[in-house]
Write a protein that binds this ligand. Structure first.
Ligand code: MG
Length: 249
């Protein structure tokens, strides 16, 4: 069931979104060769808690940390670790959620660590741009499939692939609400978008095959072919005036 939010609730969601966005910015600034993903996670946790918010992911389905940090061939749900030390040329997807005054904000960005290869840069750029292709379609009267299709077309035209096994989602008082927001699919299909819907749009885009594997820790999701993957996410409110990005800092 899709839960519509009032204008007041969307304002509160924007506060949660801002906290998540600023935590993500701080994480980005900290990324350099030699830092561990656990150190980055602690920066995120400290900032979120300093704002009187709670990290959405900490303890979610037993997830052990405040952020997911996924390096290179890790698609999503990488578990921060002191043993995962970044090196020059890595691409680092950081996914952050903040829970504040009853609502979640959810956002992700793939950062470059030092100087990255041109192929990696192109993957990041395309994935980032595809997120905004999707957001553009998040308008009253469209359907979820219009968002999905815009992302898929943009990405596949550039010879990348869209992960099928994980999708975007409604976001609100719960971190994951209806509807599902796939990054692939036919236009004109799925739930019709209404004012007051709040959704997390989050393309997960692979350089090679879209197939993924989940490691024995039951979280870490990697590309089946070992190639790179990127992930960008914004929480977005659908309003009569068009999409409002809740997680822009
Ligand atoms: Mg999400």
């Amino acid at each position: 069931m899709v839960i519509l939010k009032t204008d007041r609730e969307i304002k509160t969601m924007k506060k949660a979104g801002q906290i998540a966005a600023r935590a993500l910015q701080l994480a980005g600034k900290s990324i350099k060769p030699g830092i561990s993903t656990l150190e980055i996670d602690l920066i995120i946790q400290k900032y979120i808690e300093s704002q009187g918010a709670k990290p959405s992911f900490l303890g979610y389905g037993d997830f052990p940390n405040s952020s997911c940090i996924s390096v290179n061939n890790v698609v999503i749900h990488g578990i921060p670790s002191k043993n995962a030390v970044l090196k020059n040329g890595d691409i680092v997807s950081v996914d952050v959620g903040a829970f504040f005054e009853g609502f979640h904000g959810d956002t992700a960005f793939t950062f470059a660590c030092g100087a990255i290869a041109p192929e990696a840069r192109a993957l990041l750029d395309t994935t980032y741009e595809s997120l905004f292709e999707g957001i553009k379609m998040a308008v009253v009267g469209n359907r979820v499939g219009d968002i999905s299709n815009a992302i898929q077309r943009y990405v596949e035209a550039r010879s990348y692939s869209v992960v099928r096994d994980f999708v975007g989602h409604g976001v609100g008082a719960k971190l994951h609400e209806d509807p599902s927001v796939p990054n692939f699919g036919a236009p004109g299909r799925g739930v019709r978008l209404q004012a007051g819907m709040t959704i997390a749009i989050e393309p997960m885009i692979n350089a090679g095959t879209y197939e993924v594997n989940i490691l024995p820790d039951e979280w870490t999701t990697v590309t089946a072919d070992g190639k790179l993957s990127a992930h960008f996410e914004h929480s977005v409110a659908i309003t009569p005036d068009g999409p409002v990005i809740l997680t822009l800092p």
